[in-house]
Design a protein around this ligand. Structure first.
Ligand code: 26Q
Length: 747
């Protein structure tokens, strides 16, 4: 196919790799245009400020169903598709879980042949690029957009009105193809006037000229006033474009707008796109619909997903900012708030509080027909404690939709070896029919299959060793265990707990207690640029990495690899090679997690707390196939409410723990690190430890030692792997999307 396509150009054999890549890109784009669009009277619009879509070439070829064909053609000239991955930049349009979830969902929506588009922003430099300098994280702009990319420039333009000026938007589209199916779209709005040259140094830029900076970065540092306002500009710009698009498309299909909900349903991904509610009301009124009806229409077509219970992550805006930027929207918010205050005599459910702060989540809950959490435990905590006063008012609005992941990217694309093995035994239906994966469970006592699982894992580990050696100049020990913690850096995710274990292991080795098998501790994490303690944790990990990897007495037994610029592409390489999956958040704090599911699907065994979706994973696989430790969520919630936790008590009681914590500010560490940063972390753990690392430390160490001990029984371990792979079927995003559609969207 490709050879034919290239007949008009140079013969493929005479092309450089770069030239072949360009042809591959154009060929694949052409194939996508040959596919139909998914059409339906009613469309779902997934509004999200983040879409972490990952590289698209291989994924699109897989979903087009022509990956093998093209790969065979390339093999004839001694190449393969994976040789071209490096030519493509990864779109940098998300922070982490929430953005990746949105992308898995778009894949599933299209694969299930449901009519649904994404709506977001085209950030030119997206999320920062992470580099490590002097054992510290440094941030740089991420120039991901190329002349020849997946973005299609459209002619669609809308005017977006701010208080003192208007901006003209431009829509870019990325096609989203369902597996062996048709296409939906991801609409990314932008302004033509953006000026990339105003970025001065790293990710610093002049925040005053909105028409020049609006879509430069994803969530630019919002610790100052100007940054916060820029977020409001971005959010309003996104939703205003989206609202105009919705209305335009509905009118075109024959809607009279009174019946808009028969044409459109909006899923609001966390509070970031919340202004879609007042904006739709505003647009409907402009089109002649009266006050109360416009509110009713909007509430009947919008649904809200909550992704966090951390109060600092729930968006609250000072009224003055909204008044200053979008007064016409603020006016509608006031109206909605008055309606709430008239009806309910309970301050905790007000949209605007006594400090004149607007609670975006409250606006969402009052003005949508569905509010969902992202895992069973998370939804329970929302309804029973965090949002219980809302749940009392609207008991039928609250529902659970446990997160999921797409098998196309996280199995077929990321782990071709495992995909081939499973397909050999049960056929390849499981790729779109997740329940079929259950059939693989029949091989639980087949030693050949179990051996193959171990063999595939070993091969994937070798590949990762090579990749990390090349990129990080760190040489992993593939005969050893790969212990993996990959996720955004956050205190509640407790990378520092993992780090304390590593230090403890190191100190043991130095005192002569040698592990029976080498262990590789692999980390990947970005910290928000203004999150000081998170950056201090990265600093500490990098310092330990340098100490241990350079210590010839220890580096035979343990190695650390904190990889630079962890992103979707890196995840696709690490996940298939992982033995032990670290999911160690403080119980009650991780809404769901989705990395846990990806690792499970690829045969990693979870070491985790009973938090987020880990709870459901444990129920599916049973106690023998997962390692659980630590305080349970209800205990944690109680300790937090009593404010009774004091880390120093634990520090003083446990010698092993004390030595590990003290090591953070040892001479050895200060030699490779920065005193201020290390002392800040040290003091924080001893004096505050907001996420109770020391409380769970002992249990964590004991259970983790047991994991490494059990790893030696290879056949038993392979059985655990198989049970995990088979039960990961419940976490297909196809399953989640089926539920969203049946219970919320009704397309
Ligand atoms: C808020 C205010 C100001 C600036 C930034 C933000 C902000 C930005 C991004 C708040 C939250 C986010 C992202 C949250 C996120 O990714 N949450 C994760 O969502 C996943 C998908 O549901 C869950 O699996 C994770 O548990 C959850 O942490």
């Amino acid at each position: 196919m490709l050879t034919e396509y290239m007949e008009n150009t140079k013969p493929i054999k005479e092309c450089t790799k770069e030239e072949i890549f360009k042809e591959l890109l154009n060929f694949t784009k052409e194939q996508l245009t040959l596919r139909g669009e998914i059409e339906n009277k009613k469309k779902m619009y997934y509004f999200s400020s983040e879409f972490l879509i990952g590289k698209l070439l291989i994924n699109n070829l897989i979903n087009l169903g022509i990956y093998d064909k093209i790969n065979d053609e390339l093999t004839e000239i001694g190449l393969q598709l994976t040789d071209f991955e490096n030519f493509e930049n990864e779109p940098s349009l998300g922070n982490g879980g929430l953005g990746r979830l949105a992308s898995c969902f778009l894949d599933s929506v299209a694969t299930l042949n449901l009519c649904g588009d994404g709506v977001g922003l085209n950030y030119h430099f997206g999320l920062f690029k992470q580099k490590f300098e002097k054992n510290m994280q440094k941030e740089y702009k991420n120039e991901w957009i190329e002349n020849d990319s997946w973005l299609e420039k459209t002619d669609k333009k809308y005017t977006v009105k701010f208080k003192d000026f208007s901006l003209c938007s431009r829509m870019y589209d990325i096609k989203i193809i369902g597996y062996k199916g048709n296409c939906n779209r991801l609409h990314l709005f932008d302004v033509d006037t953006v000026d990339e040259s105003i970025v001065i140094d790293g990710i610093e830029f002049d925040k005053s000229e909105i028409e020049k900076n609006l879509t430069l970065f994803l969530y630019p540092d919002d610790s100052d006033k100007e940054g916060k306002k820029l977020r409001i500009y971005q959010q309003y710009f996104m939703v205003s474009c989206g609202a105009q698009l919705i209305i335009e498309e509905a009118l075109k299909k024959g809607s009279n707008l009174h019946n808009l909900k028969e044409y459109a349903v909006v899923q609001i991904n966390d509070t970031h796109p919340t202004m879609i509610i007042p904006e739709l009301i505003y647009q409907l009124r402009k089109n002649g619909i009266n006050k109360t009806e416009s509110i009713d229409i909007v509430a009947s077509m919008c649904a809200y997903t909550n992704h966090t219970i951390l109060s600092e992550a729930l968006e609250k805006w000072p009224s003055s900012y909204l008044k200053e930027i979008v007064p016409h929207i603020y006016e509608i918010i006031v109206e909605l708030d008055e309606y709430v205050k008239e009806k309910y005599n309970d301050e905790s459910v007000y949209i605007i509080d006594e400090n004149d702060t607007v609670h975006m989540a409250a606006l969402d809950i009052h003005c949508t027909f569905s509010v969902n959490g992202v895992a069973r435990l998370h939804t329970d905590i929302l309804t029973n404690s965090e949002l219980k006063n809302f749940a009392k008012i609207y008991p039928n609005k609250f529902n659970n939709k446990t997160n999921g992941i797409t098998f196309r990217r996280w199995l077929v694309k990321a782990n071709p070896r495992l995909t081939k093995l499973i397909s050999h035994y049960i056929g390849d239906d499981f790729i779109v029919n997740y329940e079929k994966l259950a059939d693989f469970g029949r091989y639980i006592n087949d030693t050949h299959v179990l051996d193959m699982l171990l063999k595939i894992k070993a091969e994937n580990k070798l590949e990762l060793q090579e990749y990390i050696l090349k990129n990080e100049k760190i040489n992993l020990m593939p005969e050893g265990i790969y212990d993996v913690q990959i996720k955004r850096l956050h205190e509640y995710k407790r990378q520092q707990l993992n780090l304390l274990y590593v230090i403890d292991k190191y100190l043991k080795i130095k005192s002569g207690k040698i592990p029976h098998r080498p262990i590789n501790f692999i980390f990947g994490a970005k910290a928000a640029p203004a999150y000081v303690l998170a950056k201090d944790i990265i600093h500490a990990i990098l310092c330990i990495q340098s100490i241990i990897n350079n210590d010839d007495e220890a580096n035979k037994y343990i190695k650390i690899a904190m990889v630079e610029n962890y992103n979707v592409t890196y995840a696709e390489r690490i996940i298939p090679a992982c033995d032990v999956s670290e999911q160690i958040s403080l119980a009650s704090k991780e809404a769901s997690g989705t990395g846990n599911m990806k690792l499970m699907l690829n045969g990693a065994i979870t070491l985790g707390t009973l938090d987020g979706a880990n709870v459901e994973m444990a129920q599916y696989v049973g106690n023998d196939n997962i390692y659980i430790f630590g305080r349970k969520s209800d205990e944690v919630i109680e300790i937090l409410s009593e404010k009774s936790y004091n880390p120093i008590d634990y520090y003083n009681k446990n010698k092993r723990m004390k030595s590990a914590v003290d090591f953070l500010v040892s001479d050895q560490m200060l030699k490779v690190g920065n005193r201020t940063n290390l002392e800040n972390l040290y003091k924080n753990i001893k004096e505050k430890d907001n996420f109770m690392t020391l409380l769970d430390f002992e249990d964590y160490c004991d259970v983790k030692d047991k994991v490494f001990y059990d790893y030696e029984n290879r056949l038993d371990w392979a059985r655990k792997m198989l049970v995990n792979i088979v039960n990961a079927r419940y976490f297909s995003s196809d399953a989640s999307i089926n539920n969203y559609n049946k219970e919320i969207w009704k397309l």
